[in-house]
Design a protein around this ligand. Structure first.
Ligand code: FES
Length: 269
């Protein structure tokens, strides 16, 4: 998708690290070089503890960039030792980070952009949403929509900031505690059925694999272009271990290096 970009290693200072929902945190890191280069859909690898335990870096999609403050934000869920250690970081602490990594979204001149987020998939899509709003909305009388799917209403994030960017935001929850009851892909089908949208439409999606597979099917059936950001497990994050390969119409590709964003039609499920 996008061209290969420069990659940096920085000792990034934690500016803030706050809880934003049940078990979810937003961390802002002072990182001038990464902030200058990071594009929507790219990610950073963060060494979660300086003592080396846990050893591996963890990948996080770039959630926001503030060029003036030279900060890069990530959004994360506390799920194990690594993210627990990250949640304990205080402003002034340092994190060793590597990035920006991977190939991000290719921003299309669509009349209508539909962003589809499953769970934590909203993290990188929020940065894309901001870019699209800034660069594209003024040029087009666009109808732009974000669909966020979560387990319950307690897990919903970023709704207000996406609305501030000018999007209509629709929610689906598995338990029906807010918005549409069911999967976000069912909501997508419903939206495409009832909304009058003007072609060309582009779907940008990020979330668990089964969700992305469904998005891919829907896009194919409706003849809509779609870009999918895969949340594959990553070890090295820099293309060396081959631990993240996926099958594509052009052979096996590394999610961390060749992705994480792929054209929906190029993936073999
Ligand atoms: Fe090692 Fe992708 S995580 S090659």
């Amino acid at each position: 998708m996008t061209m290969k970009k420069a990659m940096f290693q920085e000792k990034a200072q934690v500016v803030s690290n706050t809880a934003v929902a049940q078990n979810y945190y937003r961390m802002s890191l002072l990182s001038p070089m990464v902030a200058a280069e990071a594009r929507p859909g790219q990610f950073i690898e963060v060494q979660v503890s300086q003592s080396g335990e846990p050893l591996l870096r963890r990948p996080f999609g770039v959630h926001a960039v503030n060029q003036r403050k030279q900060t890069v934000d990530i959004l994360y869920e506390v799920r194990g030792k690594g993210t627990q250690a990250l949640s304990e970081k205080k402003p002034g602490d340092f994190c060793d980070i590597l990035g920006p990594l991977g190939n991000g979204f290719s921003i299309q001149n669509a009349r209508c952009s539909i962003l589809v987020a499953g769970g934590m998939g909203v993290a990188p899509l929020a940065y894309l949403a901001e870019k699209l709003a800034r660069d594209k909305f003024s040029e087009q009388k666009a109808k732009n929509l974000v669909l966020i799917g979560c387990k319950t209403k307690r897990h919903i994030m970023c709704k207000k900031e996406l609305e501030k960017f000018g999007y209509a935001v629709k929610i689906s929850t598995d338990d029906g505690s807010l918005g549409f009851k069911g999967y976000v892909t069912d909501l997508l089908e419903k939206v495409l059925r009832v909304t009058r949208y003007k072609l060309p439409v582009t779907i940008y999606a990020c979330g668990p694999k089964p969700m992305l597979k469904e998005v891919s099917r829907i896009a194919r059936e409706k003849n809509i272009s779609a870009q999918l950001s895969l949340e594959e497990h990553m070890a090295c994050g820099i293309g060396a271990c081959l631990g993240c390969v996926v099958k594509t119409t052009n052979g096996y590709k590394r999610v961390c290096k060749d992705g994480p964003v792929f054209e929906a039609g190029s993936l073999v499920w």
